[in-house]
Design a protein around this ligand. Structure first.
Ligand SMILES: Cc1cc2nc3c(=O)[nH]c(=O)nc-3n(C[C@H](O)[C@H](O)[C@H](O)COP(=O)(O)O)c2cc1C
Ligand code: SF4
Length: 415
C-alpha cells in the first residue's frame, strides 16, 4: 500500500517546518516554481487526481476552467469545513502535517496565478485553526509565503478563516458567501466559481486532502501517481472509519482496495463476535449498503457507484447487527433538517417533515403509510433544489427505507 498523505503523520514534530523540510518538505514547491504555470496544471491533469471533498471532480480540469487575464485577481479557497457526519480525515492532515497542505496550496496558487488564498476551517476546529496559523507563521518566516515565495518573483498570502459551525458552509458557493461576510446561502449555478466566485472573481475551491496530494505529485511525477489505483480512480484516498469496528481512525489506501478487506484489516473488523449489518461508505449522505452487498466492492468512485452507493468524502460508518436502522436514519435526518439553510421549499419543508415522521416511527407512533410517505417526500426533494443538501437527505432516506423496510414497519402502531 502506498503512503502519500500519511507517510510522515506519526513522525515526531512533523507539524514543525524544520522537521517537514528535513523530510523533504517544500522541495516540490521549489520544483513547481521552476516550471511554467501551465505545465503544473498539465501535470495535475495527467496525474488523474480527483477532488476529495465529495464530488470527485478532476482537479486539473477544474483549474483549467479558470480564465486568465480577466483583469481580476484569482482566488484559491481551501475547503476545511469538514462537517459531513463520519468524516474526520482533513483534521488529521491539518493537525499533524499542516505544511503539506500549505505547500499544496502554494503549488496550486502558483499554477493558477493566485496571490491571495484562504483556508476556511469549520468553527468547531478552532484548536486546529490555531495549529494551522502557527504553521503559516513559520512558512512566512521561512519565506515560503509572502512577497517573494522562495526568493522567486511570485507573491502569495494565505489567511485562515474560521466558520461558525454551519454544515452548509462546506458547499463551495455557500463557503464563498460566508467568506464574503454574508449568510452562508448556496448560490444558483451557473455562473460557476471558476469565473464568478469569491468577490465575483475567478475562484478555485479545493478540499484539504486534494491539496495535500499535490506536493507528492509534483515531486514524483504525474505518471507515478497515475500508476496507483484503478483506471479511472487514481492515487490514494483517506478513509475515516467509525462505528462498530475495533480500530476506528483514519487510514490511507490505494483507490480500488476491497471494502471488506478494509473493514476487516485496517479497521480491525466488527468487534464482540457480532455480524456486520450495513456500511455507509462515504459520509452520511451516501446510500447505505447492506452487508450482503459489500463483498467484491472496491473502494473507488466507479465500483461504489456500480454498487449503488458513492465514495463521497470517505467518511465510512460501519453498523453491526445490533443497530436499529430506523433510529440511525432518524439521527441522520435530524442532522439534515437542522442544517438546511431554508432557501428552497422542498429542502426546508421536506427535511423537517421527514425528520418528524421518523421520530414518530421510532417512538412507535407511526403508521405503515408513513413509510411510503418518506419515499414520496424523498421524490419531492430530489433534484429540485439550489444545492445538493436535499439530495444528501434523500439518499439515506431512500436506501435505508427500501433496504430495511421491515424494520420500519415493525415499529409502526398499525403493524
Ligand atoms: C452540503 C454540502 C457540504 C459540503 N461540505 C464539504 C466539506 O465540508 N468539505 C469539502 O471539501 N467539500 C464539501 N462539499 C463539496 C464542495 O462543494 C466542493 O465540491 C469541494 O470543496 C471541491 O473541492 P475538491 O474538488 O477538491 O473536492 C460539500 C458539498 C455540499 C453540497
Ligand atoms: S437545498 Fe437546502 S441547503 Fe441547499 S440551498 Fe436549498 S434549502 Fe439551502
Amino acid at each position: 500500500m502506498t503512503r502519500i498523505l500519511l507517510a510522515n503523520i506519526d513522525k515526531p514534530e512533523q507539524a514543525s517546518i524544520v522537521k517537514y523540510r528535513e523530510r523533504g518538505g517544500y522541495k516540490a514547491l521549489e520544483k513547481a516554481l521552476a516550471m511554467d504555470q501551465a505545465a503544473v496544471i498539465e501535470e495535475v491533469k495527467a496525474s488523474g487526481l480527483r477532488g476529495r471533498g465529495g464530488a470527485g471532480f478532476p482537479t486539473g480540469m477544474k483549474w483549467s476552467f479558470v480564465p486568465r487575464n480577466t483583469g481580476k485577481p484569482t482566488y484559491l479557497l481551501c475547503n476545511a469545513d469538514e462537517s459531513e457526519p463520519g468524516t474526520f480525515k482533513d483534521r488529521i492532515l491539518m493537525e499533524r502535517d499542516p505544511h503539506m497542505m500549505i505547500e499544496g496550496m502554494a503549488i496550486a496558487s502558483y499554477a493558477l496565478n493566485c496571490h491571495l488564498a484562504y483556508i476556511y476551517i469549520r468553527g468547531e476546529y478552532e484548536f486546529v485553526a490555531n495549529m494551522v496559523q502557527k504553521a503559516l507563521d513559520e512558512a512566512y518566516e521561512a519565506k515560503m509565503l509572502g512577497p517573494s515565495v522562495m526568493g522567486k518573483d511570485f507573491a502569495l498570502d494565505i489567511f485562515v478563516h474560521l466558520g461558525q459551525g454551519a454544515y452548509i458552509c462546506g458547499e463551495e458557493t455557500s463557503l464563498i458567501e460566508s467568506l464574503e461576510g454574508d449568510r452562508g446561502y448556496p448560490r444558483i449555478k451557473p455562473p460557476f466559481p471558476a469565473t464568478h466566485g469569491f468577490l465575483a472573481s475567478p475562484t478555485v475551491v479545493n478540499n484539504v486532502e486534494t491539496l495535500c496530494a499535490l506536493p507528492w505529485i509534483i515531486q514524483n511525477g504525474a505518471a507515478a501517481y497515475a500508476a496507483i489505483g484503478t483506471e479511472k480512480s487514481k492515487g490514494t484516498k483517506l478513509f475515516s472509519v467509525s462505528g462498530h469496528v475495533s480500530k476506528p481512525g483514519v487510514y490511507e489506501v490505494d483507490l480500488g482496495y476491497p471494502l471488506v478487506d478494509f473493514i476487516n484489516n485496517e479497521a480491525g473488523g466488527v468487534p464482540n463476535g457480532r455480524k456486520l449489518k450495513a456500511v455507509i461508505p462515504g459520509g452520511s449522505s451516501v446510500p447505505v449498503m447492506t452487508a450482503a452487498e459489500c463483498p467484491g466492492v472496491l473502494l473507488d468512485y466507479e465500483s461504489l457507484l456500480k454498487a449503488g452507493s458513492m465514495l463521497g468524502s470517505g467518511g465510512m460508518i460501519v453498523l453491526d447487527e445490533t443497530t436499529s436502522m430506523p433510529e440511525t436514519l432518524s439521527v441522520i435526518a435530524d442532522f439534515y433538517a437542522h442544517e438546511s439553510c431554508g432557501q428552497c421549499t422542498p429542502c426546508r419543508e421536506g427535511t423537517g417533515w421527514a425528520a418528524k415522521i421518523l421520530k414518530n416511527i421510532v417512538a412507535g407512533k407511526g403508521k405503515r403509510s408513513d413509510v411510503d410517505l418518506l419515499l414520496k417526500i424523498a421524490d419531492m426533494m430530489e433534484g429540485k433544489t439550489i444545492c445538493p443538501l436535499a439530495d444528501a437527505d434523500v439518499m439515506p432516506i431512500r436506501s435505508f427505507v427500501t433496504k430495511f423496510r421491515s424494520e420500519f414497519e415493525a415499529l409502526c402502531g398499525d403493524n
